[in-house]
Write a new protein. Structure first.
Length: 255
């Protein structure tokens, strides 16, 4: 059971790390998207195989090859880590840019709404300032301002609806990043720094943990093989013991 769990754990961690790393590198080299995906998949698979090989055949591998494989594995771990960091940072920047764009658009719409309301109040005030004795002048003024007032009455509800939608999105974004904001306020650092620290921690744990799980899997596998060989030798030793042979010879004589 432990062997199966270690296998699934190593495969899932390595697969997740490879997925994020390959996508991160593909975004970085977007001009060769599928080439990067094919190359990254092959390198990630080779990294796990070579890690298993070094663990099982460490004493039988020559120093030059051993040194090269170690350098290659650590280089691939670094590349994977950079790819994961790039993917996570890119995802965070997309969210940040979208939030900033919504905030800017919300501010512009609020200013425009205030301007339209002031303009509408000004026109209505001009109409109301005309005395009741000047009915003809007031009607003429109403007719003059009517197209503008109609346009304002039409635009103001549209802007209010857009503002409401953006405010709703802002609340949703705050809910998504609420835990991060709470942690940053508790620690006393900026949101950007906290995100950077979180990404660094994930990078330091992600791919090295996949290598460690692969080594643990090989360790348990070799231990089981060793125990199996020991049990097999003990069985043969018991079967070929003088006492067992004497019993077998006596049974053959009786037959």
């Amino acid at each position: 059971m432990m062997l199966f769990l270690l296998f699934v754990s190593a495969l899932s961690i390595a697969g997740s790390a490879a997925f994020f790393s390959i996508l991160g590198l593909a975004k970085l080299f977007s001009g060769s998207y599928w080439s990067i995906i094919i190359m990254g998949t092959a390198l990630e698979f080779s990294k796990l195989v070579l890690s298993s090989y070094l663990y099982q055949y460490w004493d039988k591998t020559r120093l030059i090859l051993k040194s090269y494989l170690l350098i290659a594995i650590f280089s691939l771990v670094s590349i994977t880590s950079m790819g994961v960091a790039g993917y996570l940072m890119s995802s965070y920047q997309v969210t940040t840019v979208q939030t900033q764009q919504n905030s800017v658009e919300l501010s512009i719409l609020q200013d425009r709404l205030e301007e339209y309301k002031k303009e509408k109040e000004s026109l209505e005030r001009q109409i109301s300032d005309v005395g009741g004795n000047y009915v003809t002048a007031k009607q003429r003024l109403i007719q003059t301002f009517k197209p503008k007032l109609d346009k304002l009455n039409e635009d103001i509800p549209v802007i209010e609806t857009k503002i409401l939608d953006l405010q709703t999105k802002k609340i949703e974004d705050n809910v998504k990043i609420g835990p991060i904001i709470a942690i940053t306020e508790f620690i006393g650092i900026s949101t950007e720094k906290s995100i950077l620290v979180l990404i660094v921690l994930l990078v330091l744990v992600f791919d090295p943990l996949a290598i460690a799980a692969t080594i643990c899997f090989n360790n348990v596998l070799l231990d089981r093989k060793k125990n199996h060989n020991t049990d097999f030798k003990n069985t043969n030793k018991l079967y070929n013991s003088p006492k067992n042979k004497a019993v077998e010879r006596l049974l053959q004589e009786n037959n």
